[in-house]
Design a protein around this ligand. Structure first.
Ligand code: CDP
Ligand code: MG
Length: 137
């Protein structure tokens, strides 16, 4: 089933000059770019995006990271895109993520792990509407 998913190339990806390398992996997999924007967000946008995590003890430093510099927001489309992109990203903790995944190959951190991707159809719908409210269906 064709799906859309919301991906963030987080501020560490922009700072480290890895946005092109990461996007290349998604494109090489066969996913289609539907929307893309370089932007800096404020704390309110970080809280909206990470609504499910705002009560976590580790959320304040995550918010600081999220607003620490520009990021690239992307909508990708393809067959089973939500699960496929999560698999390409790898496990949350870059130290534990499998080699071959984006985080496994390129991140050594549980926080600065380069990428976000929607984790369900419900999350994808919410996140795409949050980041790209004017995107046609
Ligand atoms: O991004 P993913 O869905 O794999 O993980 P999550 O459990 O939804 O956590 C969201 C983000 O919070 C992670 O990608 C990390 O950047 C950050 N995080 C953190 O800073 N400290 C933790 N202990 C866990 C997650
Ligand atoms: Mg998550």
């Amino acid at each position: 089933m064709t799906q859309r998913t919301l991906v963030l190339l987080k501020p560490d990806a922009v700072r480290r000059g890895l946005t092109g390398a990461i996007l290349s992996r998604f494109e090489a997999k066969g996913l289609t770019l539907v929307a893309m924007q370089l932007r800096s967000i404020d704390a309110a946008m970080a809280d909206a995006h990470y609504a499910e995590h705002v009560e976590q003890p580790w959320y304040p430093p995550l918010r600081e990271f999220a607003v620490s510099g520009p990021l690239v927001a992307v909508v990708l489309e393809g067959d089973e895109a939500i699960g496929v992109v999560r698999a390409l990203n790898g496990a949350t903790d870059g130290r534990a993520a499998a080699p071959g995944t984006i985080r496994g190959d390129l991140s050594l951190s549980n926080r600065e792990n380069l990428v976000h991707a929607s984790d369900s159809e419900e999350s994808a719908a919410r996140e795409i509407a949050l980041w790209f409210p004017d995107l046609p269906a």
